[in-house]
Write a protein that binds this ligand. Structure first.
Ligand code: 2NE
Length: 272
């Protein structure tokens, strides 16, 4: 991995292994168990946007610095009336925008989890396409203990993953679950020894990168579509338009317009 120089990031580390096609975003606040504040989220949004736009990147890994936590959710020290407050003094819940950004990003995002993935950090791993957990990982919601909740993806995504009864248990009791329990609950894809976490995550990334990027893109969008309603269909439809724009039939329409003539679509078959 190459750490990007010149990037003004304070709360995250953003690295790219361009030859490999892998980007890695690390929440870098280990002294707070990688809790996020508004600035952390803004930096993550920039990094995810760069990884989305970079045609050399095919997989993005999201992780936390150190082995004690993936992410412990919103930084309670900056939580005030109306949201989490950054330097601009504006209360925000901008992690919700980040969730949507990850959800719609047309490349797989893998959560690489060591230690605690709790509160809003638990929702971040759930929104990722895959989760590789170290054997020291701990999962759970803490919101009800600290007077908070995420009733968006935090509920709907969880219920899809673990079922309605278990989701209610996770939210109402706010217990913590071991990596092995999370595996049994379908919250994670695999559990590996801590010292093999990065190697295993890179192995999964390389396997994905060997496959068709367009197939992966359409599959992610299709798997989201039925749950995301109009927004999911709009995303899937956008991919259909992108594919059509590669097609001579679409080019004929554009060319005819630019050349000031009637389009001739007669050579394009109407397939069953
Ligand atoms: C994560 C956990 C279980 C770790 O426990 P432990 O014993 O390993 O560490 P400790 O000593 O609790 O934490 C180390 C330092 O990190 C800070 C702590 O205050 C402590 O600071 P010092 O005493 O050393 O100064 N720290 C840890 N998590 C923090 C956090 N989220 N905000 C601010 N400081 C934090 C344990 O630390 C824990 O339970 N943390 C709180 C988890 C939590 O409740 N998160 C917020 C949930 S609400 C949310 O994320 C959310 C939402 O519901 C809706 C929208 C947006 C966000």
């Amino acid at each position: 991995m190459v750490q990007l120089s010149g990037e003004p990031f304070a709360d995250i580390i953003y690295e790219k292994s361009v030859g490999e096609g892998i980007a890695k975003i690390t929440i870098n606040r280990p002294e707070r168990r990688n809790a996020f504040r508004p600035e952390t989220i803004i930096e993550m949004q920039h990094a995810f946007s760069d990884a989305r736009d970079d045609p050399n990147i095919g997989v993005i890994i999201l992780t936390g610095q150190g082995t004690q936590a993936f992410c412990s959710g919103g930084d309670q020290a900056v939580r005030q009336i109306g949201g989490y407050v950054g330097r601009d003094k504006v209360p925000r819940l901008n992690v919700l925008d980040l969730q949507i950004q990850i959800r719609r990003l047309p490349k797989p995002v893998i959560a690489m989890v060591a230690g605690y993935a709790v509160g809003g950090g638990h929702i971040l791993h759930m929104i990722c396409d895959l989760t590789i957990a170290a054997d020291n990982a701990v999962f759970g919601q803490t919101g009800p203990k600290v007077g908070s909740f995420d009733a968006g993806y935090g509920c709907s995504m969880m219920a899809r993953l673990v079922g309605q009864k278990k989701a209610r248990e996770m939210w109402f009791l706010a217990r913590f679950y071991s990596a092995q329990e999370a595996l049994r609950m379908n919250l994670v894809n695999t559990v590996v020894p801590l010292d093999q976490l990065e190697r295993e995550t890179v192995k999964w990334s390389r396997e994905i990168l060997r496959n068709s990027p367009t197939a992966i893109r359409l599959l992610k969008s299709s798997l989201n579509a039925i749950e995301d309603g109009h927004a999911g269909l709009q995303d899937l439809a956008g991919h259909a338009t992108m594919l059509f724009y590669h097609n001579d039939e679409a080019l004929e329409g554009r060319n005819a317009y630019l050349e000031g003539r009637a389009p001739d679509f007669s050579k394009f078959k109407r397939l069953p």
